[in-house]
Design a protein around this ligand. Structure first.
Ligand code: NI
Length: 229
């Protein structure tokens, strides 16, 4: 399941993040520093040094935006979040070939181990600011190519093979992170998400009815069966 989170960041948050990442003293390092052996072979990008003051500040902005986003909560059912990281692709360091992310990652900011059930990319530059740089996701329904407006984000299953196509002009800035979900399996999360979204629409159309109350009970009883809080 792919989910598009529109306007995850406010214009002000986006401005602050971009100003920090585009400042001359931003500590960009070789992206291979954080890649496993297979991924390092195909990774050619830059990342903001994780232990820098800049990374700590920007991380908090992204986490704050995720925490207030109801669609994010419904789609990911987050249990733990791996500290958001920041990357840059430009013609000098343009691409990340096909790979699958590590299954369990150690989060530097809070020392937790996080199982990567859901992946998230937050776009920080607009599509017209760079050529290429599409997030290519091999989903069960085929190949999806994702390039979103700045401030928007996409959620996709951590199990997916994915890549970033080469950037041939400009610079693509993004934040990326992983979520360990209360509901481990993508299929179960998808069913809960569909039920939740359709209940929302039914309530808008009809208000609260005995049927919406009953279906809300079904949602919670499924969540009770499947969730590990
Ligand atoms: Ni990846």
């Amino acid at each position: 399941m792919l989910v598009h989170l529109k306007g995850l960041l406010t214009p002000d948050e986006l401005r602050r993040i971009r100003a920090t990442l585009q400042a001359p003293d931003a500590p960009w390092i070789d992206g291979r520093a954080s890649a496993g052996a297979q991924a390092a072979l195909v990774k050619r990008n830059e990342q903001l040094a994780q232990d820098s003051a800049q990374a700590a500040t920007l991380r908090d902005i992204v986490l704050g935006a995720l925490r207030r986003d109801a669609l994010f909560f419904s789609a990911a059912l987050p249990r733990r979040i791996y500290n958001p990281l920041f990357n840059r692709y430009r013609p000098e360091a343009p691409t990340y070939g096909a790979h699958i992310d590590g299954a369990v990652l150690h989060s530097h900011s809070d020392g937790q181990w996080v199982r990567t059930d859901v992946s998230c990319t937050v776009f920080l530059t607009d599509p017209d600011e760079y050529d290429g740089g599409e997030l290519i996701i091999h989903d069960t329904f085929g190949v999806q190519r994702v390039k979103l407006p700045a401030g928007d984000a996409v959620l996709y299953p951590g199990t997916s093979l994915h890549a970033v196509s080469p950037v041939t002009r400009g610079a693509r800035l993004a934040s990326f992170l992983w979520i360990e979900s209360m509901v481990r399996h993508d299929e179960q999360r998808r069913l809960l998400f569909e039920l939740d979204m359709n209940l929302l629409k039914l309530r808008q159309q009809l208000g609260e009815t005995p049927e919406t109350t009953a279906l809300t009970g079904v949602y919670h009883n499924l969540l009770r069966q499947w969730a590990t809080p």
